[in-house]
Design a protein around this ligand. Sequence first.
Ligand SMILES: Cc1cc2nc3c(=O)[nH]c(=O)nc-3n(C[C@H](O)[C@H](O)[C@H](O)COP(=O)(O)O)c2cc1C
Length: 354
Amino acid sequence: MDRLQREYPWTKVPLVACGPMRLIALSKLASEVSKAGGLGFIGAGSDVTTLASELDNVRSSQTESRVLADVKDVLPVGVGFLLWAGDQLMNDALPLLEKYKPAAVWLFAPTQSDQLERWATETRRVTQGKTKIWVQIGTVADAVEATKSCQPDVLVVQGSDAGGHGLDKCAGLVSLLPEVDDAVAAVCAEQDIKKPSLVGAGGIVEGRGGAAALMLGASGIVMGTRYLAAHEANIPKGYINAVLEASDGGVTTERGKLYDTLRGTTDWPLRYGGRGVLNESHRDAASGMSFEENKRLYEDALTRGDGGWGEKARLTTYAGTGVGLVKEVKSAAAITEEVREDAKRVIRHVSSGL
Ligand SMILES: Cc1cc2nc3c(=O)[nH]c(=O)nc-3n(C[C@H](O)[C@H](O)[C@H](O)COP(=O)(O)O)c2cc1C
């Protein structure tokens, strides 16, 4: 049995997870992904204000699920944290981790060299090792450093195509995943430590991308952009429509810092930017509009409801280069099952012709 299925026994092979998208991936989405044999992550982000009630929701909905009702040791979802928020976030999170014991924490974007180690040690201590440690990285060096410092259970290898925040300088999954795999295997052998499982993230939207990530060395896959168009995502209609309308994401999306500045989310470490669908805010910024004017227009767009999103509008539409493959809104369960089964079908099909 695959290690991931041993650690999350309700999940099916290959493991399909939804990324912990702050404000968007809440208990509804995360629970449905897990009920479909995947692992749903709630995006706590940089604070835990609503986390207890989200975790309570998961607990209540768990009893109605045939798949999850027997899971007793852990709460069958994960929680994602943005480590740049600092020590207060960890201090606030630990009592909740101790109480609810989510199946995993997902740690992203540390700013201090000992942060991953402290989060991992403390999480393992308060949950008696029940909550597994996932760390999202985007370079080979970060993968090696994270492996040495906190011996994660899972490394989420995030390639440059990913929607939302990621490293400004980062390779695509096709080269990143195998190089991370080799480098991490070498360091684990050298230091005699357990090799983390790898999961791929960034540009995976359907079965073919999922199959590719598995062929590159991943044991599971993470999707963010695809789950934006899940019925259970907490997302405005205008945002979804902008994602459904976008295609050719290498040209129509871009990673940058414009939206962090327009929205005032400027605590991100310098080497990270957010990838989103290009719109009037970008075009105006590129053609020299002052930041003050761009921000004024952005604030105005916030009052326009769903009309504030779109290629000809202004609001933030974080999404990855895979947008062009997102064609319809479906249930999170349908997305999870479809990508998992299609990925297996693609692999069977390819190997049958070899
Ligand atoms: C709208 C959006 C918000 C995101 N927010 C977070 C977040 O709060 N924390 C995090 O670790 N990753 C976040 N991500 C990144 C995802 O965890 C994941 O790495 C990414 O979505 C994978 O690439 P894909 O979008 O091509 O599927 C976000 C992604 C999107 C699209």
